[in-house]
Design a protein around this ligand. Structure first.
Ligand SMILES: [Zn+2]
Length: 173
């Protein structure tokens, strides 16, 4: 039984994945990802975990397209451009093209370093939770605060528990 102050909610969303042909220059994406994660070594924008910390938990650092790649063809690029300028996730707003018409989804300023859980985990990540929930993680005094994590679905808790046991036994590093 949950306390009255906690209201569980669920929602359904249909996510669109782009066809290969709709993707813009994967090479540029891979290069921008490499710069952010391996060269500049940005941690997860949401929970602050470094690449090493994420990998120790069996996760990785990924890069999320802030303006969704699959919806890019529907966007007014000038509006996306304006937002990327002030959001400036990893200091690359200065690298935006002079003309917003030259902007594309794989531009480094449109990528946000996100560990795999903060990126995709159902009930927790950018693709599986709501904006207030995900942004709140950035501002926690105690990064391991369980107030938000408690909303992970049961199967995730089971997966994490099994991972911890396996790590203790030394079957995985
Ligand atoms: Zn994270």
């Amino acid at each position: 039984m949950l306390p009255e102050t906690i209201v569980p909610k669920s929602f359904k969303e249909l996510e669109i994945y782009p066809d290969r042909e709709e993707r813009h220059d994967d090479r540029e994406y891979r290069h921008a990802h490499h710069i952010l994660v391996n060269v500049e070594k940005h941690p997860c924008f949401w929970c602050g975990k470094t690449k090493e910390e994420a990998e120790a938990e069996g996760n990785t650092l990924e890069t999320h397209h802030w303006a969704e790649q699959s919806l890019w063809h529907k966007f007014d690029q000038a509006l996306v451009y304006k937002d990327l300028k002030w959001l400036d996730f990893h200091g690359h707003a200065k690298d935006l093209p002079d003309n917003s018409a030259d902007l594309h989804a794989n531009h480094i300023a449109n990528l946000v370093v996100s560990c795999s859980t903060c990126h995709r985990e159902n009930g927790y990540g950018l693709h599986g939770a709501t904006i207030p929930f995900v942004w709140a993680r950035r501002w926690l005094k105690n990064k391991s605060d369980d107030v938000l994590k408690r909303w992970k679905p049961l199967h995730v808790h089971v997966k994490n528990a099994l991972f911890k046991v396996a790590r203790k036994k030394g079957s995985i590093n």
